[in-house]
Each structure stands twice: as C-alpha cells, then as structure tokens.
Design a binder for this molecule. Structure first.
Ligand code: NDP
Ligand code: HSE
Length: 430
C-alpha cells in the first residue's frame, strides 16, 4: 500500500488528538483512503509533556525546515494556532507543493484570501473543517452537500465557553462572574477569556461560515460584535418569563444582495431548535431554499472531537493526492457583496430599564419610541427598587438606527434612571 507522509506543526490539544486518531485508527483510515497515512515529523517546543500516547522521540523537531524540506511529507497539519508564524509556515508549505490542513480560525478569518490564492496557485489542498464547530461537519456540507441551495440564513452557536456560561446561568440561576470562574476551572475558557466572552472567537468563525454560505470574502473586520459581558441572571429570568432563552448567536443573513454578519446575545424563542443547544455544545442552523431548515450539532472543541475533523481533512487531501483533482473545490468566494451596516439592520428588541415610578412615565417613554417609529409589542413592570420601577419592553421589528435614536433620547429623560440592557430578539420573523 502507498504511504502518504504527514508533518504536524504543534502537538498541543488538537495536535495530540490528531496524532492519537492517526495512530489508534490507522487501520480503518488506511483502508478508507487506500493509502497508509504516516506521521513523519512533529514540530513542537515541549517534547517531554505527558500526552497520553507514546510519541517516538525521533519524530520531534524544533526546525520547521525538517517538515518543509522533506519530500516524503505530502500533507502539513498546522495546529500551532495564532497568526505568526502559522501564516508563514502554511504559505511556505503550500509553495513547496504540500497540501495543508488547519484548525486555525484566527488566521483564516483574517488572511483567508491569501491562503486560498496560494493553494490555488500551487494546485494543493487547503482544508479547514475544524476551524468552525470543532468536530461538527459544516464546512464541507456547505461547500458540497448544500451547494445547490441559495442560503439566506445561518444561526451559529459556535463558542462553547459562552454557551456553557449562558446555559449554567439559565439552568441554575447563577451570575456571570460565578460561571466564568467555573468555565475557566474546567478548561473551557481561554486563559484570557476575552476572545470568548467578547464574541471575537464566534466572529472569526462567522466570517468563515458566511464567506462560504454567501460566496463572498468576509473577514473578522466585517463582523459586528457584542459579547455576553452585560448579560445578567435577571435578563435570563425575564427572558424565560417571556418565552425565550438567551444565546450568543453568530448570525449570517443575505437579503437583496447584501449580507449581514453579526455576533451578539439574542433572545431565542424556547421552541426554536437553537434554544435547546446547551452546555459546551455547538450548533449551526442553516436555511437553504431547496433543503429548508437544517441543523448541525455536536462538540465544538476538545482534543478528539477537533481531531476528528482534522483527520477527515487529512484523508481528503490524501485521496486527492492519490487520484489527482483537476476540479478541487478550493475558494468559493466568487462575488463581492455589500456588508450591511448594523444601523441598517432590523430586529425586535428587549429593553430593560429603571424609571421613576409615577403617573405618565410609561406614556412619556412610549411616545419617544413611537416618534422614532419603534412599535411596541409589550411592556411589563417587573419590580420596585425604592422609588424606581424596573420595566421590560419588547418591541416589534424595528430599524436599528431608529432604536438607537430612541434609546439615546430615552436615556436623557429625567424620569429614566438607567437603561440596564438592550438585547435583540432573533428566530421569530425570518
Ligand atoms: P495548543 O496551545 O494546545 O497547542 C499548540 C502547540 O503548538 C503547543 O504545544 C505549542 O507549544 C506549540 N507551538 C506553538 N508555536 C510553536 C512553534 N513556533 N514551534 C514549535 N511549537 C509551537 O493549541 P490548541 O491545540 O488548542 O489549538 C491549535 C489550533 O486549533 C488553534 O488554531 C485553535 O484555534 C484551533 N482549535 C482548537 C480547538 C480546541 O478545542 N483546542 C478547537 C478548534 C480549533 P507551547 O505550548 O510550548 O507554546
Ligand atoms: N474557545 C473556543 C470555544 C474553543 O469556547 O468554543 C474552540 O474554538
């Protein structure tokens, strides 16, 4: 049987999982590909760490050239993470005619175009299934199985840390700081969890998903981002009373040739399929004009789930090497589409505020909403705090621009002590 050589860059969480799957499932992988996949070299600084599997010491190197210049290495797996030197290493590998598999969403969401163009120029594969949703198949389904559809809507729960936190707050009534500590202790959140809780990790994944779904090049800089740092147990409780759960949603929409890409917390109706995605699980909901609604669900991170997707990509690259691929799919961003400014989008809104509790206050606030063309669906007085009353408004669908104008005027009224939170409502009218 022919042998195909693999070089792994980075033997951390994902790299170790990849090595384990390649070794432990070597037999079925070889039979399914029609060639033996052999790890020939591993670039890694820490060569002594206990990894739960014996790694022959001669595989390790500290010099990337041992991978780049080895003619028996046909496929390079980049799982170092970060932008540099991962970018330079990937470009060098492709320029030497090697196919590349990566899980690096940070890099693709910023430099995707350069990476795809380099792959095309060299007629090699550049595969990245693990970059969104960890072990969940979503990149290949979008590029292949759903390719016949016009895709108009994507909802993603694509950050496990924040989904774990919001689930705990929702199911156990706990506060943000408390569940963040727990997520860190369990190793879900990054050492610096800002990229998770401020929505940047989800935004990178959305840039990748939406580029493929809408066939237009989007980077993280195109994505409007709000994290979950302002969500309180009270918002979650009130949302539940109204029939919603709060999720950090990555939203991609296309309408009239324009795309919307935004990541923010959203009230999702409890009967929506995304509402039942809990704990560290991820899900991606895709609506196609032919297929209707589909949902991809599973583990969005972790050693073996992520390795499952990486090794699947290695196997595809290996098959392509064996058979030759004059028509590999490659980059699918063949159109330029305008990205809609957040102020030109429309949503329903949940607004929680503290106001002076006296006659005429609600009417005064309602008239500001009305003057700015924000139509109200409901208003509930939740509780009294001394002379103040806590009020929750839910609007009908309104332009973001009008909503922001209304809130600016309302925030300046002497009868309004505080606008405590404003959260968009999704999943009802699309
Ligand atoms: P880790 O930090 O666990 O692993 C990276 C490894 O690469 C570390 O062992 C690191 O060594 C080593 N390394 C980094 N730079 C170099 C270098 N220049 N030379 C030699 N060794 C180097 O990261 P993960 O495995 O968690 O993540 C890898 C990639 O996969 C990232 O792009 C991440 O976003 C992505 N990903 C991760 C998921 C997960 O569940 N962890 C899920 C989906 C995607 P040292 O620690 O000594 O620096
Ligand atoms: N920090 C990420 C998460 C890891 O919580 O989902 C996977 O990309």
């Amino acid at each position: 049987m022919r042998k195909i050589g693999v070089g792994i860059m980075g033997l951390g969480t994902v790299g170790t999982g990849v090595y384990k799957v390649l070794v432990n499932n070597a037999d079925i992988i070889a039979r399914r590909v029609g060639a033996e996949i052999v790890v020939k070299r591993i670039l890694e600084k820490d060569q002594t760490r206990e990894r739960g599997i014996a790694v022959p010491p001669e595989l390790y190197t500290l010099d990337v050239n041992d991978i780049l210049n080895d003619p028996e290495i046909n496929i390079v797996v980049e799982v170092l993470g970060g932008i540099s030197p991962a970018r330079e290493f990937i470009l060098a590998a492709m320029n030497k005619g090697k196919s590349v598999v990566t899980a690096n969403k940070d890099l693709i969401a910023l430099h995707g175009q350069e990476l795809f163009e380099t792959a095309e120029k060299n007629n090699v594969d550049f595969l990245f299934e693990a970059s969104v949703g960890g072990g969940i198949p979503i990149i290949r389904p979008l590029k292949q199985c759903l390719a016949a559809n016009n895709i108009r809507l994507i909802y993603g729960i694509v950050n496990g840390t924040t989904n774990y936190m919001l689930s705990k707050m929702s199911l156990e009534g706990r506060e943000y700081e408390d569940v963040l500590k727990e997520a860190q202790a369990k190793g879900y959140a990054e050492a610096n969890p800002a990229s998770d809780v401020e929505g940047l990790d989800a935004a990178r994944k959305l840039a990748i998903l939406a580029s493929i779904a809408f066939n237009t090049r989007l980077t993280i800089n195109d994505v409007y981002v709000e994290g979950i740092t302002k969500i309180s147990a009270r918002d979650i409780e009130y949302a539940r009373e109204l029939g919603y759960v709060i999720k950090l949603l990555a939203i991609g929409k296309e309408e009239n040739g324009e795309v919307e890409v935004r990541v923010h917390p959203a009230l999702v109706p409890i009967h929506h399929p995304m509402a039942s995605v809990n704990d560290v699980y991820n899900a991606i909901f895709v609506r196609g004009d032919a297929v209707g609604d589909t949902m991809f669900y599973g583990r969005g991170a972790g050693e073996l789930p992520t390795a499952s997707a990486v090794v699947g990509d290695i196997m595809e690259a290996a098959r392509n090497l064996l058979c030759g691929t004059p028509c590999r799919i490659g980059c699918t961003c063949y159109e330029e589409k305008k990205v809609r400014d957040i102020k030109d989008t429309a949503s329903k809104f949940y607004v929680r505020m503290k106001v002076v509790d006296k006659p005429g206050v609600l009417a005064a606030i309602a008239s500001v909403f009305g003057n700015q063309e924000v139509s109200l669906a409901s208003v509930i007085q939740k509780r009294n705090i001394g002379p103040l009353a806590e009020i929750v408004w839910v609007t009908h669908r309104a332009r973001e621009r009008n909503m922001q104008d209304a809130l600016q005027i309302i925030g300046g009224l002497s009868i309004v002590a505080e606008i405590s939170n404003v959260i968009r409502v999704e999943g009802e009218d699309d």
